[in-house]
Design a protein around this ligand. Structure first.
Ligand code: GUN
Length: 281
């Protein structure tokens, strides 16, 4: 029997637990989200983040800039947020327009307010097997989802398809730090299906429909991070769900799998940074 990993249900459960904690705080945690341009997917994501934060009693604001805003304006805003005691967590929604150096922007964030864990300080800590202030949201959400279903990592062969800084690369580090054997595949990988077929846990994060029947090992776990619209406008993931479903033991759906887990991880990270800021006082 194949089990569908219900990210939506786990998000709701964790939200309720987190709400109890936030209700007990004297002061509200603060999350600031910077959005540059009008990418429809980004607008949808940042609005979802704000809605969830408000449900929890986290104060959240979206700072929206025109697509042609100069880099310095955004860096000045980040400096202002770094110095604002009411802001515990800063997120710059990616992708950024091409005239902006995303690494300069990300690294302007104080690592103690870096809710994505994307600054060089936090990613360096993760790469070294040390604790960053917080872990990147999508990988963190995937690990929480696997844990909820008692899927262990130690000694497992985890194959990740996609090497983005948002998902694939930090996920590979987190899996390694949890004693998995990790193979990181990408668009130049040869004989992809020979590799994916050896995965105990296959995680695809490409935004393309690449995982099909015959590419998965019998009884394995499949995690789908991709989300996009197909030619008929239907939301789908990297994995051909119905094709692979009968062969495997667990699968995360799209929508309702990794997406909600990314959002709840952002909320957990915001609260973690808030609590750490109290300890620093
Ligand atoms: N764009 C897509 N996913 C993410 C994310 O997790 N963080 C940020 N900052 N931008 C994103």
């Amino acid at each position: 029997m194949t089990v569908t990993l219900d990210g939506k249900a786990l998000k709701e459960k964790l939200l309720q637990q987190l709400k109890v904690k936030v209700d007990g705080f004297d002061k509200k945690p603060g999350l600031s989200v910077i959005l540059v341009g009008d990418n429809p997917a980004s607008i949808l994501y940042v609005n979802n983040k704000k809605k969830t934060a408000e449900k929890l009693g986290i104060h959240s604001e979206i700072i929206h800039y025109d697509i042609d805003t100069p880099q310095e304006v955004i860096i000045n805003k980040i400096n202002e947020l770094n110095n604002n005691d009411n802001v515990n967590a800063i997120l710059v929604q990616l992708p950024l327009p091409p005239h902006i150096d995303k690494f300069k922007i990300i690294d302007a964030i104080n690592p103690q307010k870096d809710v994505d864990g994307f600054t060089f300080y936090n990613s360096g800590k993760l790469f070294s097997g040390e604790e960053p202030f917080v872990y990147p949201c999508t990988p963190k959400g995937i690990l929480l989802l696997l844990k909820e279903y008692n899927i262990t990592l130690e000694g497992k062969h985890v194959v990740i398809v996609g090497r983005s800084n948002i998902a694939g690369k930090p996920l590979a580090m987190m899996m390694l730090n949890n004693n998995a054997t990790v193979t990181l595949c990408h668009s130049y990988t040869k004989n992809l299906e020979q590799i994916t077929k050896t995965a105990d846990i296959l995680i695809s994060a490409t935004g393309h429909d690449i995982i099909k029947k015959g590419m998965v090992k019998k009884g394995s776990v499949v995690i789908d991070v991709g989300i996009f619209k197909d030619e008929n406008g239907k939301t789908r993931g990297d994995v051909d769900f119905s094709d692979v479903y009968p062969d495997i033991s667990y699968i995360s759906p799209v929508p309702g799998g990794v997406g909600p887990m990314t959002i709840i991880s952002l909320m957990l990270n915001t609260v973690e940074l808030y609590e750490k800021s109290l300890n620093n006082k």
